[in-house]
Design a protein around this ligand. Sequence first.
Ligand code: PMP
Length: 418
Amino acid sequence: MSASLSPLLTPATPVVVDHGAGSYVYDADGRSWLDFTTGIGVTSTGHCHPAVVAAAREQVGKLIHGQFTTVRHNPILRLTEMLGDVLPTGLDSVFYANSGSEAVEASLRLARMATGRNNIIAFQGGFHGRTFAAATLTTAGTKFRTGFGALVPGVYSAPFPYALRYGWDEETAVDFALQELDFLLSTTSAVVDTAAFIIEPVLGDGGYLPTPLRFLQGLRERADQHGIVLIVDEVQTGVGRTGTFWGHEPSGIVPDILITAKGIASGFPISAIAASTSLMSKAWPGSQGGTYGGNAVSCAAAIATLGVVESEGLVQNSAAQGERLIAGLREAAASVSTIADVRGRGLMIGIEFTDPDGTPRPDLAAGSQQAAIDEGLLLLTCGTRGNVVRFIPPLIVTSEQVDEGVAAWSKAVAAAGA
Ligand code: PMP
């Protein structure tokens, strides 16, 4: 009998990767692509960074699995110590899981246990994962939440300040979204029933839309006023992706729970939530956990990743190369009437295609993403309307590689007839 991969796993490109090194992936014939997908924001130190490879190799020979509710091991202790240096002040207690979705689930359970309240408010276009509760929070597209029956009760979606969709300026969109949130709290999900708000600092799969800083501040104010837990989902935005260590930093707020995954371990599966010890203590020991959370090899890879981020100045590189990339993409977009917006923070940049009257053009997003493959550039699309191309280079990207990406992209846009 021969078996094949499930059609559930239809990939965005036909590329069969043999190996990766730095900013590039290669097929078995040696053809290379500049990888501006980084496995959806994961391989931030580049493919197979020597320091990460060495740390993982060394750990594999020492201890692979040390089940964290059974024993402690050095990598989990050391990683937690290192996170203490980068986490926002006060978030001094860390819980580990394997994926972004699992960490999201953990944050919801913690918020419910801490408040004794049921409801969670997420924001339209948000993406928080595929498990049942995480999918319930996810409104980046119906495909993520349709056809598999009842979702988790007590979850509401409030408007996100997506100015371009409404044809408004950002301030108007923020005022509207905050007003609608207050309306939801006074009509639908009473404060006494509302456990948490959950928000991404930049909407990821929902369209690479930076969350306006005033909106994050408005959420913090309301959370403080009403005793609601503010969860910031940094699964995609964390660890330097947006040009600051955490995506929420420029807003000046401190979340109650921060979720991290993806870029923290260069491709090894690990995720974490961080909160104050007093908040974390509201959950009973054993009420959360799992067999593999905080795996020793993943922890060793995360320690090496954090070391590389620090020693190679990758947060600063993300900010600097992000500016170069967005400037190059804006210049390339200037003559394309169907590009409505080139936006982003750091190395998390989205290009939105619409007709001049605002009609979304998902065909041009998909067409240019596909044409880029022939130009040696891997990209992904995203967006609630499927009309955004996203650029997620590794944080080690050089100026030459940024310029190479922009040149390849310009050719792809022309080839797609945009
Ligand atoms: N939250 C955010 C913001 C994400 O971008 C993702 C993944 N795209 C997730 C949660 C889910 O993470 P995972 O796929 O590891 O479960």
